[in-house]
Design a protein around this ligand. Structure first.
Ligand code: ASP
Length: 448
């Protein structure tokens, strides 16, 4: 299959990942500087800076994000249907599916255990004074109530599982990116795509192939749109990072530094130890080469805070740089962008324990095991969009009787943690794809 990537290859010598990195650095430096200067000039100046960020820079960043989100639904449908139909052999598909599912569960459980161990040993919640707790809660009361409202739409475990089979895939697709679908959103779209792809392998080839040709055409066209959008990434990323850092500054980081440090340490251990071991022991690749090859994906995930928005870049990079089988890449990465979120699972477990500590509640073993189980499930059910996991954190808090409004305490630093956990989520998908890829003769398997 011809890929859509080659048509829009950049002619400039500076790689896209460098440009994104420069954009990020400019955005962060300018944002923090403006925040520091403006804070010294009183609340009116702070409000003016927020207005500037909301009116000018955030929309510029959102143009970039929307251009990508615009094509995520057709991309997921085409990539997954093609991935399944091209693998063809149902037994091979079953093996790939089982290995992917197995690794998802192992990675997610490992990540939550790393998170809980750190939260129990570092006890970041004990560092928060009652005064800062109330101040932080006040500041983000409105955002917290939004998450609590979405969590209140929660369903029973039976309905959650049943909802994976969509009643109407189109309706699921419509609300897949903003959480307004009646069922499981993107998971429902994926379920339909899997069934459709399998069905195409069963009908006579002469009838399946025109459908596949159309899907290939759509896939390539979508990739072209994304390549054009990605050219805009350095500016979009600078604008997004500026808007976040200008409004937040560094003051929240100081109050919550223990918590932020603990979560980032957990994410770092999972990303650089667990994934490196898997890539080294199972895929027999050099972890350093692996991380070097996927640097563009890492930066895109960090800048967009969205696994779904990073999917096109991941699909391209595993094919071009890691040289994985595109069929495997399309299957594993597309499903993984929603269903394999190790960073999110780790973050959810740690956040729940942190907030329990802040409220002076020590969780017993059964409650901690409940947190592990719910965090692993939440990692599978979280939408791959910015802040997708917040309603699920509320759910876990409610299950173990920790005040859900406590989520307001961490809202101030959530974006930074979202950027970081999304990076771990996406790298996890690529690590699994690399491990389950069975190299075929003639395909280069070492890192480039
Ligand atoms: N932003 C995350 C992602 O897209 C989801 C979350 O943890 O909020 O992977």
């Amino acid at each position: 299959m011809v890929s859509g990537f080659d048509k829009t290859e950049s002619k400039s010598r500076l790689g896209l990942h460098w440009k994104i990195l420069i954009g990020m650095a400019i955005g962060a430096t300018a944002g923090i500087l403006c925040n520091v200067v403006v804070r010294g000039q009183g609340p009116e100046a702070v409000a003016r800076l927020k207005w500037f960020a909301d009116t000018f820079t955030a929309p510029i960043g959102n143009i970039f994000l929307r251009l990508i989100f615009m094509v995520v639904v057709p991309l997921v449908f085409c990539a997954l249907t093609l991935g399944v139909a091209e693998i063809g052999d149902v037994r091979k598909l079953g093996r790939l599916g089982m290995r992917t599912l197995g690794m998802t569960l192992v990675f997610s459980t490992a990540s939550v255990l790393i998170g809980l161990t750190l939260a129990n040993t570092l006890r970041p919640g004990d560092l928060i004074s009652e005064g800062s707790r109330d101040l932080l809660k006040q500041q983000y009361a409105e955002d917290a109530s939004k998450s609590i409202k979405s969590a209140s739409k929660a369903k029973s475990i039976t309905d959650t599982i049943l909802d994976i089979i969509p009643r109407n895939p189109l309706q699921e697709a419509v609300g897949a990116l903003d959480g307004s679908s009646p069922g499981s959103g993107m998971l429902g779209v994926m379920f339909f795509s899997l069934c459709f792809g399998i069905a195409l392998t069963v009908i006579p080839a002469e009838r399946a192939s025109p459908v596949l040709e159309v899907l290939r055409g759509i896939y390539e066209a979508v990739m072209v749109i994304i390549s054009v959008a990605m050219k805009f990434a350095p500016i979009g990323v600078a604008a997004l990072v500026f808007s976040i850092s200008a409004v937040l500054g560094l003051q929240f980081l100081v109050a919550l530094s223990g918590y932020v440090f603990a979560v980032l340490t957990g994410l770092g251990i999972h990303m650089f130890v667990v994934y490196s071991l898997a890539v080294w022991l199972i895929a027999k690749r050099s972890p350093i080469g692996f991380f070097k090859d996927i640097i563009e994906v890492i930066l895109t995930a960090f800048a967009t805070s969205s696994s779904n928005a990073t999917l096109p870049t991941s699909l391209r990079v595993v094919e071009e740089k890691l040289r994985l089988d595109p069929k495997v890449g399309r299957f594993v990465l597309t499903i993984g962008s929603t269903a394999n979120q190790n960073g999110t699972a780790l973050y959810e477990g740690m956040t729940v324990l942190f907030l329990a500590q802040v409220f002076g509640r020590d969780l017993d073993l059964t409650q901690q095991l409940t947190v592990v189980l719910l965090s692993v499930l939440a990692g599978i059910g979280t939408a791959g969009v910015p802040g997708g996991s917040l309603p699920l954190v509320v759910l876990v808090l409610q299950t173990i009787n920790v005040p859900a409004e406590g989520i307001g305490i961490i809202m101030g630093v959530d974006r930074l943690l979202d950027m970081s956990r999304t990076t771990v989520n996406v790298v996890g998908d690529i690590a699994i794809a690399t491990c389950v890829d069975e190299p075929t003769a003639g395909r280069q398997i070492t890192s480039s």
